[in-house]
Design a protein around this ligand. Sequence first.
Ligand code: ADE
Length: 266
Amino acid sequence: MTSESASNHESRITNHDDAIRIDVVSLFPDFIDQAAAVGVVGRARERGLLSLEGWNPRDYATGNYRRVDDRPFGGGPGMVMLLDPLLATLAAARAADPAPARVIYMSPQGRPLTQAKVRELAQLPRLILLCGRYEGVDERLLASEVDEELSIGDYVLSGGELAAAVVVDAVARLQDGALGDVESAVQDSFEGDGLLDCPHYTRPVEHALGRVPDVLLSGNHAEIAKWRRQQSLVRTLERRPELVDEAALGKADRRLLAAWRAGQGD
Ligand code: ADE
């Protein structure tokens, strides 16, 4: 082992102390495990920056049929997840580690997940993500055990697992040491200034689908930074105007926008 890799190894070990732990309560815990096995998240787990464990309420259900759901009072379609198997599962998950856990229910009724929320969650020692199936879980569980509800968008999934996998991914890649290049998280869409990311190009310069913008080949880093900022501003205004308050932009940004508009003839 070279001295450099020895010191990397040490820093990895010291990082273990502040690794985040995520427990997922789900009838399909293997799904999350597989979703979190590859790429940046898989590597974060291998490096000990994230520990992930699944908890299946079916394992905590009692009776011959190990029921986890029942019909809703008041009638109507679908089934509701039962209180007791979920309470027992949550208690087991909590007891697996003394660190305090934020318990989050994945649901289309939740607050929208944003990068700011992801940053907040990424700093916590422990999350427990609760995934509903069917029509959802008994409301009393949400009232007594759940700290917050999060939605990944205004559409309905057949269960919370995909949404939980989204949280695991977004939180894992923000753990120190998870990304190869420290810069890449800072430059992402929504990071820093809340703007969308600029376009990216790689080889070849000339292609039947078009040419790489000259400025990126110029080697002029100040001009490249200006172009990227301008592209981010224009993209955000065109695609997600609600994310930018044009009136609150600084002088340099307003100038970049004006230059772009002048070039577009409007
Ligand atoms: N469960 C079902 N739909 C969902 C959504 N949009 N976000 C989070 N959890 C969900």
